[in-house]
Design a protein around this ligand. Structure first.
Ligand code: 4AD
Ligand code: MG
Length: 486
């Protein structure tokens, strides 16, 4: 612990979180942090990011020059040496009676874009260089860290190997064609082939490349050697979706498991999701409580039907305590077609076997019908990717989506088509040239086996756990159509 606080010659700094948890009355300590509030020229709420709770610093302003007191303002950065005493006020065990105060960084309130009052998420998104200092965003980003850590812990503890799959790739794993081109050619003067199109043979890699949309195809290589692997890295999609659930750059967790079928895949998805939620509930109660209250507060202005059915923490507990509902796509279509909103024409999109379920359908299933996460399995092959294993009915594939309340799809996965001739047929039908994925086909020729995996959208999971309504507010610097600031 001590080596993380090295910076002072005469005295070591103690982190606020440590003071609050294990401070000793009567001890002389040094703390540093940002001023969250300064009341009555006497009480400073100090936070250094080490945890949600602030340390109350008591200042006897008569002992300090007026000039210095004036500089203690919202989000100015200060250093305080003092004595820890038992707190007189409610809500905290200790407070620090200041003996020496130093201003490390002024924050001139007149010019500062943040104010100690409610600011909208939209406003704060434009101030992403400061928003992590707010209670809401510091809680969100501590939890984002917690989820990332728990992911590695879960897989490590269960015998999976972390695998780094490439970020620059020549393949479009999802076949959706929504990729960002990676090129070192001069865009104004790119060499052209005889067909008049850009000749990527002359590009850096000797072929056309793009930023990856998924690490899955390479993770399959790992699973067929190491047995159980997972990737956790950035993925990129140039889909022009301006929604509260889409980013152009997001992080995905992709486990891939040999000797696993679609049922094992669903079990893993459910167990893994619950583990992440439980980890945050167990380790970040203060941040969660704050986020819960924030939502309850906002909901006071909303009509009843727009409010969450349960407060945040209750929702999270409910999800880990109950089995996810599992239904087939065909069942989902039947349930939807006999639902009230369908019959009354309240859905914008039609529900018909063979068509993809829209967000409104998914959310109705999760929020109105089952009121808990739902796994939909066995989708029509024509709306899913080429690599998914064909079921015996030859119409559906062993694919599953896990749908969460308030968000919709958080996980998409499948059992993979391990039978060479089935895979080749599917690729031909979908116009995917074999020469582009020769190595993927060879995995089926030499020592292949049944295997399965899925991709979890990291930000969507963080969104669910924090209750943030827009995905742009759970990643430090969102990349979305028309915006790549910071
Ligand atoms: O369902 P998707 O497209 O599945 C795959 O990419 C598979 N290769 C995964 C696998 O089987 N290994 O994406 C997986 C998840 C989605 O369920 C969603 O949560 C998230 O990634 N996702 C996005 N999150 C934020 N912004 C976007 N534009 C996203 N697109 C997908
Ligand atoms: Mg999907």
């Amino acid at each position: 612990m001590d080596i993380h606080n090295i910076d002072v010659k005469e005295m070591k700094r103690t982190e606020v979180n440590q003071v609050l948890q294990e401070g000793k009355v009567g001890s002389e300590i040094l703390v540093k942090g940002w001023v969250k509030a300064f009341r009555a020229n006497r009480f400073i709420s100090l936070n250094d990011g080490s945890g949600f709770n602030n340390l109350q610093v008591v200042v006897d302003f008569e002992n300090y020059p007026e000039e210095l007191i004036k500089r203690i303002s919202f989000h100015s950065c200060i250093s305080v040496k003092g004595e820890l005493v038992e707190s007189q006020g409610a809500g905290q065990k200790f407070e620090l009676v200041a003996k020496e105060i130093e201003i490390l960084g002024d924050s001139n309130a007149g010019d500062y874009v943040l104010q100690p009052k409610k600011m909208t998420p939209e406003y704060l998104r434009e101030k992403a260089h400061f928003r992590m200092r707010t209670n809401t965003f510091s809680a969100v980003f501590r939890i984002r860290h917690a989820v990332a850590f728990a992911i590695h812990k879960y897989y490590n503890d269960n015998g999976y190997y972390y695998m780094h799959t490439p970020i620059i790739t020549g393949s479009d794993a999802e076949g959706a064609g929504e990729m960002f081109r990676v090129s070192a050619l001069d865009p104004d003067n790119a060499p052209k082939g005889e067909d008049g199109k850009v000749d990527y043979k002359q590009d850096f890699f000797g072929k056309a490349t793009n930023l990856t949309v998924s690490g899955q195809l390479q993770a399959e290589i790992g699973a067929l050697a190491l047995g159980k692997v997972y990737t956790f890295g950035p993925t990129f999609r140039a889909e022009n979706s301006n929604t509260s659930r889409h980013l152009a750059e997001f992080w995905m967790i992709e486990p891939e498991v040999a000797f696993c079928d679609i049922h094992g895949d669903m079990d893993l998805a459910e167990d893994f999701s619950k583990y992440l939620i439980k980890y945050v509930l167990d380790n970040y109660p203060d941040d969660l409580k704050f986020l819960e209250n924030r939502i309850l507060d906002m909901e006071k202005q909303m009509p009843k039907e727009q409010r969450r059915p349960m407060p945040l923490i209750e929702t999270l507990n409910f999800v880990i305590e109950n089995d996810f509902e599992r239904i087939t796509y065909t069942e989902a279509v039947n349930i939807l077609r006999s639902s009230k909103p369908y019959k009354k024409g309240r859905f914008e999109f039609d529900v018909e076997w063979g068509k993809d379920l829209q967000a409104e359908h998914e959310r109705w299933l999760v929020e109105k019908k089952f009121k808990k996460p739902v796994i939909v399995v066995d989708y029509p092959k024509d709306i899913k990717s080429f690599y998914m294993r064909l079921n015996d009915d030859e119409k559906t594939v062993a694919a599953m989506d896990v749908l969460f309340p308030g968000i919709g799809e958080v996980i998409g996965g499948s059992q993979r088509e391990e039978r060479l001739e089935f895979l080749q047929k599917r690729m031909a039908e979908m116009d995917i040239p074999e020469h582009e994925l020769w190595w993927y086909l060879e995995l089926r020729k030499f020592g292949g086996c049944p295997h399965a995996g899925f991709g979890m959208g990291f930000e969507r999971m963080v969104q669910f756990i924090t209750g943030m309504s827009n995905i742009r507010d759970v990643i430090p610097f969102p990349r979305v159509p028309g915006s790549a600031e910071f």
